[in-house]
Design a protein around this ligand. Structure first.
Ligand SMILES: [Zn+2]
Length: 147
């Protein structure tokens, strides 16, 4: 499910990942922030807050991240071109635009020479650019949607 959260962020969707925290904490957060719960846990689906329709939850069928992604995109009608490149994949924070000069000493020289658009996470200060890894992930997503 951690991988699923990263893919959602890659498309620009605000996605929190709960690991090891209590179900009630997750449910309270989802209710307070009007979130949809994606879970592999059938217990959560049986909770009154879910069966009554107060909280929307989707039971993820597969263990396979690509299958999970397809299910979520189909069910929630997500758009893989939503707002790519706008949320930190690690901390779910909206990225801020940075000029080439601002990142000069923060990225490898070959990246600086070849890339012109940069984004920075205000929380972890990771710098993002549309490099080959990014392109590979985008292609994989598009393939998933069409396939
Ligand atoms: Zn970050």
């Amino acid at each position: 499910m951690g991988k699923l959260a990263k893919w959602l962020r890659m498309m620009g969707y605000d996605a929190l990942f709960f690991e090891g925290s209590s179900d009630s904490h997750m449910i309270a957060t989802a209710l307070a922030e009007n979130r949809v719960i994606l879970t592999r846990d059938t217990q959560i689906m049986r909770r009154r807050v879910v069966t009554s329709g107060r909280l929307r939850a989707i039971l993820i069928q597969s263990d396979e991240p690509e299958q999970q992604m397809r299910q979520v995109m189909d069910t929630l009608k997500l758009d893989c071109q939503f707002q790519p490149f706008s949320i930190c994949l690690e901390c779910n924070q909206p990225l801020l635009e940075r000029s080439k000069e601002e990142v000069k000493d923060l990225v490898p020289p070959y990246v600086f020479q070849t890339q012109s658009q940069y984004m920075e996470c205000p929380a972890c200060h990771r710098i993002y650019w549309r490099g080959t890894h990014w392109q590979a992930m985008t292609r994989k997503l598009e393939h998933l949607v069409k396939g």
